[in-house]
Write a protein that binds this ligand. Structure first.
Ligand SMILES: [Mg+2]
Length: 159
């Protein structure tokens, strides 16, 4: 079976919201049917690594720009896309709009493009940038986030 029991149960619960409350024999029947459906689906794609994303994103980078211009465009683009994310949140919190998850996620993707572009401008691998960030956070928050750790973080540990 390509899918774990947990994934199978999750799929069943998506299919029938009352799945967990059904009699055992009815649940078993639904699970058998759902397992047959899942078996015919293609293998789930592996998530795109940050390094692979960076390579793919670079296909659409404007490499004709001089260094300073490319740097400025990337930095401004990063701010612009972050503003687009915050605009959705502002409209949700302040203007009574629906919070459109798909639009926010799309803007996060745009933000990612500029992250990848900035890393590329500095000849850095985005995956390595992410790993360095995680290493920094492991020092800052040894036991996960706490307000105390935030207040007393080691000096010289970046922004
Ligand atoms: Mg955008």
């Amino acid at each position: 079976m390509k899918y774990t029991q947990e994934q199978l149960t999750s799929a069943c619960m998506t299919w029938r919201h009352d799945f967990g409350m059904l009699p055992a024999d009815e649940r078993a029947g639904i699970e058998r049917q759902m397992a047959q459906v899942l078996e015919h689906l293609p293998e789930p794609a592996a998530p795109l690594s940050m390094s692979a994303y960076q390579s793919l994103a670079q296909r659409t980078a404007n490499r004709s720009l001089v260094f300073d211009t490319r740097l400025a465009v990337a930095a401004l683009g990063l701010i612009g896309e972050a503003a687009e994310v915050s605009e959705h949140v502002k409209k949700y919190l302040g203007h009574g709009h629906e919070l459109d998850r798909s639009k926010v996620l799309s803007e996060l993707g745009d933000l990612g493009w500029y992250l990848a572009e900035l890393a590329s401008i500095f000849d850095a691998d985005l995956g390595a940038v992410a790993e360095a960030n995680i290493a920094k956070l492991r020092v800052r928050y040894k036991d996960g986030f706490s307000e105390e750790a935030s207040r007393n973080r080691p000096s010289g540990n970046g922004g």
